[in-house]
Design a protein around this ligand. Structure first.
Ligand code: PLP
Length: 404
């Protein structure tokens, strides 16, 4: 009996680490979203079902909601070395990124209208920059090397008298490359320019401290570290001039109006707490499994390359380019075998434009479309990976035979 047959016969063991695992599904798309932990859902349910009061009201269950906000803000702040008043809850990573860019742009217009970012940012950053460009701001997009790292000298050269903000992601969502954020923030600070980082892929996966890093703003998203979808926060250093995200009531210090989503906020705080508590274990386990996957794929499949950096890389990320195949086709074959992965193209609205990130690291259209991303979690087992590797070997081989 080969591994594939064995896998099809057996039912996957359901990990007890929260929630139910879908039977016979191997989920390797954790950069897209993660499974909410059982403990996260457990703190959310009572706030939705029974204690649904508006935190601004004046009775028992409302005060309980106020307490949830207070405690959650404290928890998130403590995971980052920040002050609770510096944490602003949002509805996710995209909102935090939009607010950081537009809020700083609008709040500092008299200082200048130049913003620096990179070519490999998430579209929440890139499209906010495009919007600001239409409003008369000037944007400089820094390129990256073939592993996806920015060049600090280029950053230093790009800063001008009228630069108001530098925004560089902590780690890339496609290729997992980790950027030199501390060094970049130091350069910005030495020139008195504000520094924002989209930490959506790094927060909860690797240790982060806003003072050690020297960042002024930091975005994070709950559903990327086993919290609820539609939850996030923006860290804003005390004293930073930024215009409000949403005008309205006085919630979130008057900066982000709207009745607070207490359940989601309790959920993201619980997820953050567990993420920090289990971080060392997860980093070790994921790095080990990821290296196992990468080394076997590179050894056992011909004409394959690793996209991204071998050292400065998120523990959970593997991204390969398989010469001569379509990543999309491979994705379908993997799906038929119960494996969830992601291709190297941003297939929004059905078109398959090659990924801007893979383009930025020098891949041509064909190579970008021949790429596949696998992102692990702490529950990924060696047995699952053995199965995935066998399926990949067979699938890549048959796709290549078909096209030649
Ligand atoms: C997922 C992601 C976002 C968007 O976060 P949402 O909570 O889905 O809006 C932003 N930046 C990066 C790097 C991401 O991976």
């Amino acid at each position: 009996m080969n591994l594939i047959e064995e896998k099809q016969k057996e039912k996957l063991v359901v990990a007890e680490r929260g929630g139910k695992k879908l039977e016979n599904i191997i989920y390797l798309d954790n950069a897209a979203t993660t499974r909410p932990r059982k403990e996260v859902v457990e703190v959310m349910l009572p706030l939705l079902e029974e204690k649904y009061a508006n935190p601004s009201s004046m009775y028992g269950i409302a005060l309980e909601n106020q307490k949830v906000l207070l405690e959650s803000r404290k928890i998130i702040a403590s995971t980052l070395g920040a002050e609770p008043e510096e944490i602003y809850f949002t509805a996710g990573g995209s909102e935090s990124d939009n607010w950081a860019l537009k809020g700083i742009a609008h709040g500092n217009r008299e200082k200048g209208h130049h913003i620096i970012t990179t070519e490999i940012e998430h579209h929440a950053i890139l499209n906010s920059c495009e919007y600001l460009k239409e409003q008369g701001y000037e944007i400089t997009y820094l390129g990256v090397d073939e592993k996806g790292r920015i060049n600090l000298n280029e950053l230093e050269q790009a800063i001008r008298e009228d630069t108001i903000l530098v925004s560089i992601m902590a780690a890339n969502n496609e290729i997992g490359t980790i950027e030199p954020i501390r060094e970049a923030a130091m350069i910005a600070r030495s020139k008195k320019v504000l520094f924002h980082t989209d930490a959506v892929q790094m927060y909860g996966q690797l240790p982060m401290d806003v003072n050690h890093l020297g960042v002024d703003l930091l975005s994070a998203s709950g559903h990327k570290f086993n919290g609820p979808r539609g939850s996030g926060f923006l860290y804003i250093r005390k004293g930073v001039k930024i215009s409000p995200c949403i005008h309205g009531g006085g919630q979130e210090g008057g900066m982000r109006a709207g009745t607070e989503n207490t359940a989601a906020i309790a959920g993201i705080a619980k997820a953050a707490e567990i993420a920090v508590r289990t971080m060392n274990y997860r980093i070790q386990k994921e790095t080990y499994q990821r290296n196992y996957l990468i080394s076997r794929i590179l050894r056992e499949i011909p004409y394959v390359r690793l996209n991204g950096h071998s050292k400065y890389r998120l523990p959970s990320n593997a991204n390969f380019c398989f010469e001569g195949i379509e990543g999309e086709s491979l994705l379908i074959l993997l799906d038929m075998k119960g494996i969830c992965a992601s291709a190297g193209s941003a297939c929004t609205t059905g078109n398959t434009d090659p990924s801007h990130v893979l383009k930025a690291i020098g891949l041509d259209e064909k190579e970008a479309n021949a790429s596949l991303r696998l992102t692990l979690n702490e529950e990924t087992t060696k047995k699952e990976l053995d199965y995935v590797i066998e399926v990949m070997k067979e699938s890549v081989k048959s796709l290549r035979e078909m096209s030649s």
